[in-house]
Design a protein around this ligand. Sequence first.
Ligand code: IMP
Ligand code: MG
Length: 183
Amino acid sequence: MTMREDMAYILLDREKIARRVSEMGALLSRDYAGKRPLLICVLKGSVVFFADLIRAMDIQVEMEFMTASSYGSATVSSGEVKVVSSLDDKIRGRNVILVEDIIDSGRTIAFVKADMLQKGVESLKVVSLLDKPSRRESDVKPDYCGFEVPDAFVVGYGLDYDQKYRNFPDIGVLKPEIYKKSC
Ligand code: IMP
Ligand code: MG
């Protein structure tokens, strides 16, 4: 089976994603001109978006990586946020841009934001490729958002189901039997 055959449908194809990422890069370049922002990739889901976004920016940037997640291998947020690597020394006094793949319950980003704001950042904004506002539990919104998506579990372009489909180039919704198989 190819990965495409596991998808019920494609929600966002690679061309549409590329156009939007390029617009977002241009917007960030304009808003952060002369500021050399520190972009932080929230692993692992954001890695594909992050790689494209930084190359869509034509200003000087720096990058860091961190791990934070409220999901286990399920398709529903576990409610517990784990931050594995913290960047205390590196973010002080910086214009930080947190780069997320998707904001769902909002717990992950709310937790990371609150933590970073205590560490003396100069400014802090959140960029998320996808926003699923229907499932929000924390009062957070991305400052820059690629697409608003419906309440469906999506995979591809970095997003996974049980660590799979991250390398699928489009964003799609899996067939229901794919979840059933692994239960
Ligand atoms: P939150 O804490 O509920 O906002 O969850 C955020 C994280 O859960 C994201 O960074 C993703 O890694 C993961 N996640 C949320 N929704 C989806 C989805 O539809 N597909 C894949 N991963 C998701
Ligand atoms: Mg994530």
